[in-house]
Write a protein of this length. Structure first.
Lengths: 90, 165
């Protein structure tokens, strides 16, 4: 499992520490990977910065996308059970 | 209040000419303040309920708190206006009521409107497509590639999020 956002490594480190996350968080400051996955939120961030819209992808060992979750409400995210189900089906 | 009773049946409790009634201190209208405190808590407490999907996706707990606080304020205001001889709070209660309505409106609009300000996801990759490879820095400043993450693993979960700013 890996998290991605436009935050810098230092900012992500602060988040990891404050929440106790043990999975890697990657920095995509120019939103390159974010664009490639089609989850860009143009000007959605502070100061009009391009950021990611919330999204979850499950990718199998061959690199193929097997599950996608997009939300239309910032507060509503994928429930853990849904993600685990998707992983079980790999 | 007591002075009014001793004057006998038929005496009007709101007879202000009775010096003893005028001399009594009007009670502080605790319901107004309690109601507003609950509304304020309703407004600020969403982070407490966020870890639980049942109260996160639709903030039932907060809506209930708004209703409870609003009900207390309504009763308190009624008391202040109908029985102003014994209860204070016509002005302060009215101000608190307006503030409560404003807080509730901000909360509801925040959830119904701002949380939905996400662009349509027409461009998002779909099931069956190849996941693009990437090389990005982790929190230690080390380069991590998607190929490395997938090596010898059943799969990978990618969680894109807005960012912590």
């Amino acid at each position: 499992m890996v998290g991605l956002s436009v935050d810098s490594p230092a900012e992500s480190q602060k988040l990891c520490q404050s929440r106790g996350y043990t999975f890697p968080i990657l920095s995509d400051p120019k939103a390159d990977a974010i664009r490639q996955y089609g989850v860009l939120h143009p000007n959605g961030g502070e100061g009009g910065k391009d950021i990611a819209r919330p999204a979850e992808f499950v990718v199998d060992a061959t690199g193929t996308i097997r599950w996608v979750n997009l939300t239309d409400d910032l507060r509503v995210r994928a429930r853990p059970e849904a993600v685990l189900n998707a992983i079980d089906r790999l | 209040m007591l002075a009014g009773r001793f004057r006998g049946a038929g005496a009007n409790d709101t007879d202000y000419t009775n010096r003893e009634v005028r001399g009594l201190k009007r009670r502080r209208n605790i319901l107004n303040w309690a109601g507003f405190a609950i509304v304020l808590f309703a407004f600020l407490s969403y982070p407490i309920f966020v870890p639980f999907p049942a109260t996160r996706d639709i903030p039932w707990a907060n809506y209930l708190l708004f209703l409870t606080g609003g009900a207390l304020l309504a009763v308190g205001l009624r008391r202040a206006f109908r029985d102003s001889a014994h209860y204070r709070g016509k002005t302060s209660g009215s101000i608190l009521a307006v503030l409560s309505v404003v807080l509730c409106a901000i909360f509801v609009v925040g959830f119904a409107y701002f949380a939905r300000q996400i662009p349509p996801a027409g461009n998002a990759l779909r099931v069956g497509q190849k996941a693009p490879a990437f090389v990005l820095l982790d929190t230690a400043g080390k380069q991590v590639s998607s190929a490395d993450l997938l090596k010898n693993r059943r799969g990978l979960v990618l969680i894109f999020y807005r960012g912590y700013w």
